[in-house]
Write a protein that binds this ligand. Structure first.
Ligand SMILES: NC(=O)NCCC(=O)O
Ligand SMILES: [Zn+2]
Ligand SMILES: [Zn+2]
Length: 471
């Protein structure tokens, strides 16, 4: 059924203006003043902003990790995402050395197909580069529309790839039109520091952070950026947590290397001291890279403001405290890394960023939606409010005040890392391709209604690529 969203203030990455939006057959069909149509359902957005649906470029839903599986799957995870104003997620599909890539992709389709309530896509992990992988990559891009490859530079003996694999992946990505993503930490050095800590009996959660220093992230980020320059390729650095990594990204961009940087809410809002919470509660705050000393937060905020960092991912990878995080009692290396964030990503950036004057309203839309859609080949279908785009819309109350709590969150884990943090602003209603998923803060969507998105090659959407590199 046709819908008209009336009286809202439309905010895109470029503009802020008052207009009505008409939606029909999943798409935005008209934007204008005083729209009317007797056959349309009228939705009053007075007093609210209307944003393009958020795009979360970094999720790990139902992902095996550290002997367990992340708690939120494509059903609970995407319902929570929708509550938080996100209407598209791009999840990381893990692969196994020596096994066909298609097997992993099929496994990820099986996990998501009947569960996701919003549209979704996959990145593909590359753990080795050989003739067999080279043969398989063209069909990954052409048939599956997966145009981003992830290489881990950390997690030694688990996910970590060597520099040859990274470099060859960059070369192939250049040839095929894909974007290479890196988890940039020096896994070898970290492994050595971890062994030394354990030998000394340093087993508490705080040692997770102390054995993964900012230098290890800065070094890996710089190495990946230099290799990108050498291959004349394109790089996206996930979950940037510290000044050391920001400096390397800025340096590379100044040289003209195509390097894009993402940060996450936890690095903007939380700090290393959380890992020292008593009764093993520090385990709730174990991420890799780890939370940093507070001084790094200003650097990250400033980098978002200046465009040195371009996007915000959630790195959603949730585990219960009881039964999952506590696998690491007595040995911090056994704490599964990650946390429940998908629901609070957009609100935290609005509240801590826009409301506190650190970034503009339009930058907020760019960082949580538009720039991500452009980077990953789904713009302008996703990431903006324009005629012809998918009607993925968030009606957002900018003034409501609330306190984040596990009691009111929709993620599956038994805690919320932002518990007790006060935020201003919340999505009221959310539409995915013209249908309500969230209406008046209640989930009204349909399980399995999300579509799988095949994405364009990197740079195929030329105009958006040019914009991408303007700081
Ligand atoms: N980041 C994290 O701690 N967990 C998720 C896996 C990853 O992104 O490295
Ligand atoms: Zn990572
Ligand atoms: Zn991640």
């Amino acid at each position: 059924m046709k819908k008209i969203i009336k009286n809202g203030i439309i905010v895109t990455a470029a503009d802020t203006y008052k207009a009505d939006i008409m939606v029909e057959n999943e798409k935005i069909v008209l934007i204008g003043q005083d729209l009317s149509d007797s056959s349309a359902e009228i939705i009053d957005a007075k007093g609210n902003y209307v944003f393009p649906g958020g795009v979360d470029p970094h999720t790990h839903l139902e992902m095996p990790f550290g002997g367990t599986v992340s708690k939120d799957d494509f059903e609970t995870g995407t319902i929570a995402a929708a509550h938080g104003g996100t209407t598209t997620v791009i999840d990381f599909c893990l692969t196994n050395k020596g096994k066909p890539l298609q097997d992993s992709i099929d496994q990820w389709h099986a996990k998501s197909r009947d569960k996701s309530v919003i549209d979704y896509s996959f990145h593909l992990m590359i753990s080795e580069m050989n003739d067999s992988v080279l043969e398989q990559l063209p069909s990954v891009i052409e048939d599956e529309g997966i145009t981003s490859f992830k290489v881990f530079m950390a997690y030694k003996n688990v996910f970590q790839a060597d520099d040859e694999t990274l470099f060859r992946t960059l070369e192939e990505a250049k040839r095929l039109g894909a974007l290479v993503m890196v988890h940039a930490e020096n896994g070898d050095v970290i492994d050595h520091l971890v062994k030394k800590a354990l030998e000394k009996g340093q087993t508490d959660p705080i040692y997770h952070a102390l054995t993964r220093p900012p230098e290890a992230e800065g070094e890996a980020t710089g190495r990946a950026a230099q290799l990108t320059g050498l291959a004349n390729s394109q790089l996206y650095v996930v979950h940037v947590s510290c000044e050391n990594a920001v400096e390397e990204i800025s340096k590379a961009r100044k040289k003209g290397y195509q390097v894009i940087g993402e940060t996450c809410p936890q690095y903007l809002v939380l700090d290393q001291s959380y890992l020292e919470k008593p009764n093993f509660e520090g385990a709730k705050y174990v991420w890799s890279p780890p939370l940093r000393e507070k001084k790094h937060q200003d650097v990250l905020w400033n980098a978002l403001k200046t465009g040195e960092l371009q996007t915000l991912g959630s790195d959603q990878c949730s585990f219960d405290f009881k039964g999952q995080k506590d696998l690491g009692k007595g040995d911090f290396t056994k704490i599964p890394n990650g946390g429940p964030i998908i629901e609070d990503r957009v609100s935290l950036l609005f509240s801590e960023g826009v409301k506190k004057g650190r970034i503009s309203l339009n930058q907020f839309v760019d960082i949580t939606s538009t720039r991500i859609a452009k980077t990953f080949g789904i713009f302008p279908q996703k990431g903006t409010i324009s005629v012809g785009a998918d009607a993925d819309l968030v009606i957002f109350d900018p003034n409501v005040e609330r306190t984040i709590s596990v009691e009111t969150s929709h993620m599956a884990a038994d805690y919320n890392p932002f518990e007790g943090i006060k935020v201003t602003g919340q999505p009221v209603s959310v539409l995915s391709r013209g249908e309500f998923v969230i209406r008046d803060k209640e989930f009204v969507g349909k399980i399995g209604s999300g579509n799988y998105l095949k994405r364009a090659r990197f740079g195929e959407l030329k105009q958006s690529q040019e914009e991408l590199y303007q700081n």
